[in-house]
Design a protein around this ligand. Structure first.
Ligand SMILES: Nc1ncnc2c1ncn2[C@@H]1O[C@H](COP(=O)(O)OP(=O)(O)OP(=O)(O)O)[C@@H](O)[C@H]1O
Ligand SMILES: [Mg+2]
Length: 274
């Protein structure tokens, strides 16, 4: 236990409340994290801790910094010119911005799913085992087993098991997104970061992804960015509301949606702005 896990309110200021516990302990913490794109500050003093085994939704109006924060967690922003950060993001108590961080190893621990499905132009099975290929795994049995397990976990196996060698670009949008989830979990990450994974999908495909998130909950630390309030309410345990680069309110999803304490949260979830 570090200071943040035992007393989140000590660091986080007045607008962050106790999120739901009952997961498996914090393994992801943002501690007074700031981020600048050149001269423009995009994140301000973001402090919160996310529990393993629970789904945490990140909500807020367009441009408030949700994707920026998500990308900061696996250091995907690193390549952007003029990027500057201060504060810490800790995974299992280690600051991922410390100079001795192995960024490649860090990214392997993070599965990332984007708003738009982005399968690689290769076969379905090669997409899934891509993380293992990158690692140089050649054991055909291991690769086949991993593909089947990840596709099963992503609720896609039955639909594709007879056409694993087909090009992934021939799948429907919803299938492609589940394929991307399969690829994200094939490398057995600890943390699953999902940036509006359902925004390009129809209600049926969306429902399948939501079921899937519900099933994956136990095994991962899941952070889900969504613009869909119903989705956040349906699938998340805790919700963090961001506004203009700041974390405004963080707590149990039910409390955030039924009794938000900050007028800005209230305004957003009731559709007054955003
Ligand atoms: N690569 C970049 N370079 C400069 N500014 C950026 C970059 N990416 C994002 N920003 C700026 O940072 C702020 C936060 O953007 P971000 O994409 O994180 O918002 P968001 O909450 O994900 O929005 P949306 O809901 O529309 O996806 C915005 O003002 C945006 O213009
Ligand atoms: Mg975004």
């Amino acid at each position: 236990m570090n200071a943040l896990s035992s007393a989140p309110e000590a660091l986080s200021g007045p607008t962050v409340y106790h999120p739901r516990a009952g997961g498996q302990g914090h393994n992801l913490e943002s501690d007074r994290f700031n981020l600048w794109y050149g001269a423009t500050q995009a994140l301000f003093d973001v402090t919160f801790a996310v529990e393993r085994g629970l789904v945490t939704a990140l909500i807020g109006p367009s441009g408030c910094g949700k994707s920026t924060l998500l990308r900061a967690i696996n250091r995907m922003n690193d390549l952007i010119d003029g990027l500057k950060v201060s504060g810490e993001i800790r995974v299992d108590s280690r600051n991922i911005y410390s100079s001795d961080t192995d960024v490649i190893a860090l990214r392997k621990r993070m599965g990332m799913v984007f708003q738009k499905p982005n399968p690689f132009p290769m076969s379905i099975v090669e997409n899934v085992i891509y993380p293992l290929r990158v690692d140089g795994v050649r054991d055909r049995r291991l690769l086949a087993e991993t593909a089947e397990r990840a596709l099963t976990d992503a609720a896609l196996w039955d639909e594709v098991k007879d056409r694993l060698q087909d090009n992934a670009l021939g799948l429907s949008g919803g299938q492609q997104q589940r394929l991307c989830i399969a690829r994200a979990i094939a490398g057995e990450p600890d943390v699953l970061l999902m940036d509006e994974p359902c925004s390009a999908l129809d209600p049926i495909a969306t429902a399948r992804i939501e079921e899937l998130i519900d099933e994956l909950r136990e095994q991962y630390t899941i952070v889900l960015v969504t613009h869909n309030m119903q989705q956040a309410a349906r699938v998340s345990d805790n919700t963090a509301f961001m506004y203009l680069g700041r974390l405004i309110e963080y707590g149990e999803t039910e409390a955030i949606f039924t009794a938000p304490r900050d007028t800005r949260t209230q305004g957003y979830i009731t559709g007054r702005f955003g």
